[in-house]
Design a protein around this ligand. Sequence first.
Ligand code: NAD
Length: 327
Amino acid sequence: MTTAEAGAMVHPLATPCARVVVVGAGHVGSTFAYALLLSGLAGEIVLIDADRKRAEGEVMDLSHAVPFTHATRIRAGDYSDCAGADVAVVTAGVAQQPGEGRLELLKRNAQVMAHIVPAICHSGFGGVLLMATNPVDILTQLAIGLAGLPVQRVIGSGTILDTARFRYLLGQHLGVDPHSVHAYIIGEHGDSEVPVWSSANVAGIPLGDYCAQRGLPHSESTFTEIFTQARDAAYEIIEHKGATYYAVAAGLLRITEAILRDQNTVLPVSSLIANTLGIEGVCLSLPTVINRGRVQGVLSLELNEREAQALRDSAAVLKARLNELQA
Ligand code: NAD
C-alpha cells in the first residue's frame, strides 16, 4: 500500500467535523460537554434535554468558553440532530426520590429510556450510542432492545469510572502515576463489581511483588481496603456534594475519543456479553476494544477461579434485576 493510499483510508470524520449529541444536560451531561469542548475533539456539540431552558442555558455558558478553546459549534437541539451524529451520549435520568426504592427508580429511568432511545434511532442515527444513566448496565441492555441498532453500536460507560478510581487509589498506595498501574474492575458498575487482582501489575510486576520490592504494605486487607474505597467512592462523593460528574465526564470523553479517532483502545465498558465464562445475554463490563463506529471485540481476561465466580455472580445480580424489572 502506498503512503497516499494509506492516507486516503483515514476516515474523513476523524475528529474536528464530528458531531456529538448529549441527551441530558444535567451535571454529567453538561460536564461532559465542557470536557469535550476543551478537548477540541468535536466540531459540533448538540445538547438535548426535556428541560429545554436548561439546555439553552448550558449552551450559552459553554459557548462563551469558545474564544478560549476551540471553534466548536454548540447548540441546543432535538432528536432530529442525531441523524448526523457520530456519538450520542445519554446522561438523562430522573433522580431518586426520598423513600423511593431501587426498583421504582429503575422503572422510572427505564421509562425515560423508552422515550429517548427510539427518538434517537428514528432520526436515522448512524453512530455509537453511549449510555451513562444509571443503573448503566441494565439501561444499556434495555437500550439495545429499544434501539434496533447492531449490538456493537450500543455501549455503556460501565466500569470505566470504577477502574479509574481503582487505578488512582492504587497509584497513591504504590507511589506511581495511575497511568502506570494496569488493573481492571469488571462486571456490574455497582456493588457486585469485581477487582481483577490476578493480572494487576506495574511494569508487568504483580502488585504484591512490587510492594515487597518497595517495602510497601501488601496484605490482603490492604488491597481489600483500596478496592472498597474505589467501589464505594460514589456514595461518599454524593454524601459530600450531592452528585458525581467530573470523573465520569472524563471517562465518557475517553470513550468518545476512542470512537472518533478510531483508536482500537482497550477500555472497560459495558456491552452485551455472548458466551464468556458461561455468561451470556447480559450487559456488563470487560476490557473491550473500541474503535470508530463500534465495539470491535470483548477480550477474554485470564481470571483465577475466585474472580471468575465473582464475575458470574455479578452477571447473576444483573440478570435478576432485569427479570425483576420485566416481571
Ligand atoms: P441531573 O439530574 O443533574 O441531570 C439529569 C438531566 O436529565 C436533567 O437535566 C433532566 O432534565 C434530564 N432529563 C430527565 N428526563 C429526560 C428526558 N425524558 N429527556 C431528556 N432529558 C431528560 O443528573 P446527573 O447528576 O447529570 O446524572 C445523570 C445520570 O448519570 C444519573 O442516572 C446518574 O446516576 C448517572 N451517573 C452515571 C455515572 C456512571 O459512571 N455511569 C456516574 C455518575 C452519574
